[in-house]
Ligand binder design. Structure first.
Ligand SMILES: [Zn+2]
Length: 301
């Protein structure tokens, strides 16, 4: 019952009828977490908006201003895949704030979670793939700037490669980036991280978990991090529209437990973001994210 979560009604915004981004899942997950009793209501927090100064640790002024004022080019906005609105700006700043607050609290509580975030396709000067700002990178940069951590690792198990995160930390030996993803899935131009593991279409629980078990300990020992940020995408699930993998709910929960267990083993705090999930039934994505909350709660203190 000790898990602290960050979520906001502002994570959900109006989108045009029939838009393919499953925006409703954020509200559904928030409701499901509150109804489940897994998290004490007093441990469910509303994040502040990330500050402009925080975003500037990762993003260019031109890009931040373009998002704030709705003056990105039509091509830039199309690449993000979400239409500009004041609500989108609010959501984007709040979701970064949620990851920053969760990451800070993870240093105290061991495991924390933002019920959004993991927007790993955001680069310093542009967004893509439904990602506006890179919350994971901003959170790491803030904690480094404030002297709270020296080194960090990103464990990115969203089914898509974290190209933006990799680009941001390229050449920075203080941040280890590990991504395990569908080799033939988006993004089709991948940006190398410190460790990339590509999976074949149709990969199921056994191969997935064996591959992760083979890669994770080495990644953590090479990284020597003071904090892990874990992107627990539910899009490797067999019911996902975009994932192309075949993990079951049980496989995803075992994946989450494997990550948290490996980190606990070596005493590293973990902040979790939900990242992607595009279930053919949106309730499947919500169920998978809720399972992550359930697993996380068993590791929080
Ligand atoms: Zn994804």
């Amino acid at each position: 019952m000790a898990l602290h979560c960050w979520t906001s009604a502002r994570y959900t915004i109006p989108l045009p009828e029939g838009h393919r981004f499953p925006i409703a899942k954020y509200a559904m997950l928030r409701d499901a977490v509150l109804a489940s009793g897994i998290v004490e209501p007093s441990n469910v927090h509303e994040p502040e908006r990330a500050s402009r100064e925080a975003l500037r640790l990762v993003h260019t002024d031109r890009y931040i201003d373009g998002v704030l004022t709705g003056t990105l080019t039509a091509e830039e906005q199309r690449r993000i895949g979400l239409p500009w609105s004041h609500a989108l700006v609010e959501r984007s700043f709040r979701a970064v704030g949620g990851t920053c607050e969760a990451a800070t609290a993870a240093l105290e509580h061991g495991v924390t979670m933002n019920l959004a975030g993991g927007t790993h396709h955001a680069f310093p000067d542009h967004g893509e793939g439904f990602c506006v700002f890179n919350d994971v990178a901003v959170a790491i940069r803030i904690l480094q700037r404030d002297g709270r951590i020296r080194r960090a690792a990103v464990v990115d198990l969203d089914v898509h490669q974290g190209n933006g995160t990799h680009a941001i930390f390229e050449g920075d030996t203080s941040v280890f980036t590990f991504s395990m993803h569908g080799g033939r899935n988006y993004p089709f131009h991948k940006v190398a991280g410190c460790l990339d593991v590509e999976l074949a279409d149709g990969t199921g629980d056994d191969v997935y978990l064996a591959t992760l078990a083979g890669a994770l300990p080495g990644a953590l020992s090479a990284a020597e991090p003071d904090l892990v940020i874990y992107l627990a995408g539910s899009d490797p699930h067999e019911g996902d529209r975009l994932g192309r993998l075949c993990l079951t709910f049980d496989g995803l929960a075992r994946r989450d437990a494997m990550v948290l267990d490996a980190c606990r083993e070596v005493g590293i705090p973990v902040a979790i973001t939900i990242a992607g999930g595009y279930g053919r039934n949106i309730s499947d994505s919500v169920a998978a994210h809720l399972n992550t909350v359930r697993v996380a709660a068993a590791f929080a203190r």
